[in-house]
Design a protein around this ligand. Structure first.
Ligand code: FMN
Length: 325
């Protein structure tokens, strides 16, 4: 029997597959089936401050009494936060695995406020979903990184391990991850998926795009997992995006991931996706003579392979291509 236990962000996990933050965790009864299938931890859907502010704005717009605006704002906020804390308490009571909360805030004070209340509600760790898209032409790109680091600095050392969930759109991701590590982040999740847009050609209108990831998205997850493992060896990595089967789970761990996250695969196949991925991982480990994940983690990272230039290669130069013609 091979050992697939792993430690991640100071938590002991029975398996390296984590249920990603999404609506899949809205219902704890359903979440239980994913834990029974072998998920080593669950990350609850995010509490979005922006959504609270939008709901507040909507209610205020419909209200005829300006003097009630403060009351509406604090009522909506309190309701949303309390609903989320209730979800954490229920998850902690009913699930046998670590429960990781997730937040996305728009103001520095709220990151700290939400995190403290989430800690009090009993979450085992906090994934901070910082993903931002800058559209201000005068915003200095260096300031964006400073902002990420200052958010992490404001949250560490307060009793909750902090996992930073990042998008892949950064000028120099290894530098940012190293700064986050230095600021005290326990781990990074590579990557979040941005909300996609599309165009409806018949109506000539912008519309929401595909919600789920595609199989091809995994190659960037793999590349950056391997690069970060080699360049920032002290940081723990949760590989995310495009992980559907045992093959991506195994590849991500070989590249250096401590854990892997599944979302799209579970939306599409349910608990079976997790169960089958774990069976496949263990079968592969037996066939290749490995007893534990420690033996395979990072064997094919940027710092371990004989020719790390493959991780760096981004141009389709003919010389490197195996495809003729
Ligand atoms: C319907 C849906 C809802 C999601 N909600 C959240 C969320 O609340 N917070 C978050 O950090 N990520 C959220 N995500 C992103 C996923 O956690 C995950 O990072 C992304 O889908 C890539 O992983 P995948 O390829 O396994 O789907 C959501 C994704 C989907 C498809």
């Amino acid at each position: 029997m091979v050992d697939i236990r792993t430690s991640f962000a100071g938590l002991d996990l029975e398996s390296p597959i984590i249920l990603s933050s999404s609506g899949l965790t809205r219902n704890i009864e359903r979440t239980k089936s994913f834990v029974e299938a072998g998920a080593g931890a669950v990350i609850l859907k995010s509490l979005f401050e922006e959504q609270i502010l939008m709901q507040t704005g909507h209610l205020i717009a419909q209200n005829d009494y300006p003097e009630a605006e403060d009351y509406i704002a604090s009522y909506v906020r309190a309701e949303a936060i309390e609903g989320y804390l209730k979800l954490i308490r229920q998850a902690k009571e009913e699930l046998s695995v670590p429960v990781i909360a997730s937040i996305n805030c728009t103001t520095q004070g709220s990151w700290v406020d939400f995190a403290e209340r989430i800690r009090q509600a009993g979450a085992d760790a906090l994934e901070i979903n910082i993903m931002r898209l800058e559209t201000d032409l005068y915003f200095d790109p260096a300031k964006a990184e400073e902002l990420y680091v200052s958010i992490v600095s404001s949250l560490v050392g307060k009793g909750l391990p902090i996992i930073v969930k990042l998008s892949r759109y950064h000028t120099n991701l290894p530098v940012l991850v190293d700064k986050l590590r230095a600021a005290g982040a326990a781990a990074v999740t590579l990557f979040n998926r941005t909300y996609q847009i599309d165009i409806d050609l018949s109506r000539e209108q912008l519309i929401g795009g595909e919600v789920f990831s595609h199989a091809g998205d995994f190659t960037e997850t793999l590349r950056f997992t391997g690069l970060i493992r080699g360049l920032v060896p002290e940081v723990e990595i949760s590989a995310s995006t495009g992980i559907y089967t045992w093959e991506e789970v195994t590849k991500a761990i070989l590249a250096g991931a401590n854990t892997t996250q599944m979302c799209t695969a579970v939306y599409k196949q349910g608990a079976t996706a997790i169960r089958e991925a774990l069976v496949g991982l263990q079968r592969w480990m037996v066939e290749h003579g490995y007893q534990s994940l420690d033996e395979i983690r990072g064997r094919l990272s940027y710092g371990s392979v004989a020719d790390p230039s493959l991780f760096e290669r981004v141009q389709f130069m003919k010389y490197f291509s195996s495809r003729q013609g």
